[in-house]
Design a protein around this ligand. Structure first.
Ligand SMILES: Cc1cc2nc3c(=O)[nH]c(=O)nc-3n(C[C@H](O)[C@H](O)[C@H](O)COP(=O)(O)OP(=O)(O)OC[C@H]3O[C@@H](n4cnc5c(N)ncnc54)[C@H](O)[C@@H]3O)c2cc1C
Length: 385
């Protein structure tokens, strides 16, 4: 099948699935601060969340381009991929750096939905963006590690069976480079919660299940170490480009959704005896938002093409994330302005999506950190931190 035909087929199939989960579904979940369980289950059953798992492990072995199209379509249909997107990229750490035994043990079960690997625990309250200063420590003791410390903003823990954890295995003052001495573990949440791991939900701006985690002598079997001890930071960085491209695609989906809604509303809403969209003060910001979403989309395609060709794509993946997050945020603001008072009313869904898309200015990487990456690594300017 030609690439474009495959992409069109994916778009149309995901759209069909999303049609069963209209605005009211997402609105109710948002109001109840619930989890879109039926949606995530159906997406899993249809195999969409296993897009990036190779066929030999029960997935569909698609590329990042196809995976990004799936998430784009969910957000473009008014949904929120944030409830499950990590299932796509978190398993990449196991796939790239896990042993054959770990891959055989976990990937087929993740692919068929028997296990959910939706959580990824890096951020800590004291270190924030300065990841290598994280303090959660894992100390080897015979056939297991003992983990102590704290994490913050760790999403989907309550709806996941497994979690990828980054912890320090060699103290910072004993390593040559601060990026050394960090290790990655696969934590089985079903055993861990209540046995050394406690989870405290954080109420936040949107309906996003995220938590503070407290590790108090949590025992993690040594066989759950992924790759080599001390090399974990590198493994986490390896997954960043995929994450950036997928989040960029979600923002693109959001951006088109806002533009569509704004355009339609502006064409229908009559004030002073004419559609408000006839006024350039309303029409031009929508046109500009559309132009910016389109431009960001080109960078997203470029980054995905490079990624799938196995070429370097750090610059493009980061730029795509920044451009797409900015474009969706601009489109969100324009949509609120176009809807006037109704932009604030829950029943029009603009305010919900506005809150949801704002997240991508800050997480999983903030705009400033992308600017500093490009300043330093692409333009060769001095490191700012
Ligand atoms: C809803 C939500 C879900 C999340 N889910 C997860 C998750 O599942 N797993 C996980 O590990 N993390 C998660 N995060 C954490 C997220 O990745 C961090 O919030 C983000 O990386 C920023 O870290 P911080 O909040 O500690 O901000 P800080 O590091 O305190 O930074 C605050 C602000 O200062 C800016 N800043 C900091 N240093 C510099 C500098 N040198 N130059 C310029 N600007 C700077 C930052 O860009 C940011 O805007 C989530 C966050 C949220 C809000």
């Amino acid at each position: 099948m030609k690439t474009n035909e495959l992409h069109n087929e994916i778009r149309s199939a995901v759209r069909d699935l999303c049609r069963q989960y209209p605005d009211e579904y997402w609105r109710k979940i948002d109001e109840a601060r619930g989890f879109p369980e039926e949606f995530v289950q159906e997406l899993t059953n249809a195999g969409w969340l296993a897009a990036l798992i190779p066929e030999e492990y029960g997935g569909s072995g698609l590329g990042i381009m196809e995976a990004s199209i799936i998430l784009e379509e969910i957000n473009r249909a008014g949904g929120n991929s944030g409830a499950c997107h990590a299932q796509m990229y978190t398993m990449g750490t196991v796939l790239r750096h896990g042993s054959e035994e770990q891959k055989q043990k976990y990937l087929p079960k993740i692919a068929c939905g028997e296990l959910r690997l939706q959580s990824f625990a890096v951020t800590e309250p004291n270190s924030g963006t300065d990841t290598t200063k994280l303090r959660t420590a894992a100390v080897r003791n015979g056939d297991h590690y003992v983990v102590n410390g704290q994490k913050v903003w760790i999403s989907r823990v309550q709806h996941s069976d497994l979690m990828v954890l980054l912890a320090r295995t060699t103290p910072l003052d004993q390593v040559k480079k601060k990026s050394e001495g960090l290790s990655v573990f696969l934590v089985d949440l079903r055993d861990a919660i209540g046995n050394g791991l406690s989870v405290s939900p954080i109420r936040n701006m949107m309906n996003h299940e995220t938590n503070e985690l407290f590790f108090d002598n949590l025992k993690v079997p040594a066989e759950n170490l992924i790759g080599e001890e001390g090399k974990g930071f590198r493994y986490i960085l390896d997954g960043m480009n995929a994450e950036r491209i997928l989040i960029a695609a979600e923002c693109i989906g959001d951006g088109y959704w806002f533009v569509d809604r704004a355009k339609n509303y502006a064409s229908e809403r009559v004030v002073f005896d004419r559609p408000i969209g006839q006024n350039q003060g309303i029409q031009f910001p929508i046109a500009r938002a559309y132009i910016n979403v389109e431009a960001a989309n080109l960078m997203r395609y470029r980054a995905a093409e490079l990624f799938d060709a196995g070429e370097k794509c750090g610059a493009e993946a980061n730029m795509a994330k920044l451009l797409a997050a900015d474009a969706s945020w601009e489109a969100a603001n324009v949509a609120v302005q176009t809807y006037g008072g109704f932009g604030f009313a829950a029943e029009f869904d603009i305010e919900r999506k506005f809150r949801e898309t704002k997240l991508y200015q800050v997480a999983p990487i903030s705009t400033n950190l992308i600017l500093s990456f490009v300043g330093e690594h692409v333009l060769g300017m001095p490191r700012s931190f």
